[in-house]
Design a protein around this ligand. Structure first.
Ligand SMILES: Nc1nc2c(c(=O)[nH]1)N[C@@H](CN(C=O)c1ccc(C(=O)N[C@@H](CCC(=O)O)C(=O)O)cc1)CN2
Ligand SMILES: [Mg+2]
Length: 288
């Protein structure tokens, strides 16, 4: 029987634990952690994610502030907002929803956020800390994947892990976290030769390529654990449907454990953002 790693359930556990810790934080320090969520433009998916982030923040007792900027905003306007939020001691976490409109420089925006408030863990200082095995703020999606993995593998030491995809948001930090957990890690990507044969040797496969249903059963060693980070909207039988980067129907019978899409990694991302906001608030209150 294949274990279905339920992201809805596990994310709710993370939310409940975080809510308890937030209430202790409020008792101890007399203020709630504050999270600023910045959305530029009107991308429909980003609007949904931002709404869910604000909703989850309210649920755990984090004070959230939503900033909506027009799609035509200048780099300077966004930078000004970030500087204001950096200087506001009641704001402990800042996140800028990605992707940004094409005319804005994403790298410069992420660099402008105070690393102590960088609850996405995307600032080069936090990326470097993660590479050194010393991170306090870890990118939310890979953190969520690690929590899900812990449910089926309390000890990952010595496992062969393959990460498919090398993005800064998922692939690279995921590889760093697996390495920190003593896995033997291989990162494969669009230029890798023999992806299928490399993946088929792995105990753990994390798919973060952004290509619908690319990973097939023939890529998976029988009994492997499969984490699907992809969220792709496709049309099938005249209906819009969300699918992952893994062909679930094909792979599920071969794997020992697998995450579904939707209801897998996605909800974990937002739950981990709440964990990071609390962590950032603790860091700032204890080491102002
Ligand atoms: N600043 C950031 N931007 C982006 C991040 C991020 O972590 N920080 N990640 C993604 C978007 N994202 C959160 O921002 C996100 C994506 C998907 C989900 C989710 O719960 N998905 C559901 C399905 C949703 C649907 O029905 O459309 C699921 O998988 O079950 C949460 C968060 C890019 N940008
Ligand atoms: Mg890639």
């Amino acid at each position: 029987m294949t274990v279905l790693i339920n992201g809805k359930l596990i994310s709710q556990q993370v939310i409940d634990e975080t809510a308890k810790e937030v209430s202790t934080f409020v008792e101890d320090f007399g203020l709630a952690p504050g999270l600023a969520v910045v959305l530029v433009g009107e991308d429909p998916a980003s609007q949904v994610y931002v709404r869910n982030k604000v909703k989850r923040a309210e649920e755990v007792g984090i004070r959230s502030l939503e900033y909506k900027l027009p799609a035509t905003s200048s780099q300077e306007a966004l930078d000004d907002l970030i500087q204001t939020l950096n200087a506001d001691s009641t704001v402990h976490g800042i996140l800028v929803q990605l992707p940004l409109p094409d005319h804005l420089n994403e790298e410069a925006v992420l660099l402008a956020i105070d690393p102590a408030k960088d609850v996405d863990g995307f600032h080069p200082l936090n990326v470097g800390a993660l590479a050194c095995g010393d991170a306090s703020l870890v990118p939310c999606t890979p953190m969520g994947c690690m929590i899900m993995l812990a449910h089926v593998h309390p000890d990952l030491s010595g496992k062969q892990a393959v990460v498919i995809g090398r993005s800064n948001i998922v692939g690279k930090p995921m590889a760093a976290l697996l390495l920190q957990a003593n896995c033997t890690v291989t990162v494969v990507h669009s230029r890798t030769k023999n992806i299928e044969s490399i993946c088929s040797q792995a105990d753990i496969v994390v798919a973060a390529i952004g290509r619908p249903e690319m990973v097939k059963a023939s890529w998976i060693k029988p009994g492997a654990t499969v984490i699907d980070v992809g969220i792709n909207a496709i049309e099938r039988d005249g209906k819009r449907k969300l699918v992952g980067d893994v062909d679930f129907a094909d792979v599920e019978p071969v794997a020992s454990a697998i995450t579904p899409v939707p209801g897998g990694v996605g909800p974990m991302t937002i739950a981990c953002l709440m964990k990071n906001t609390l962590q950032a608030a603790k860091n700032q209150v204890l080491k102002p």
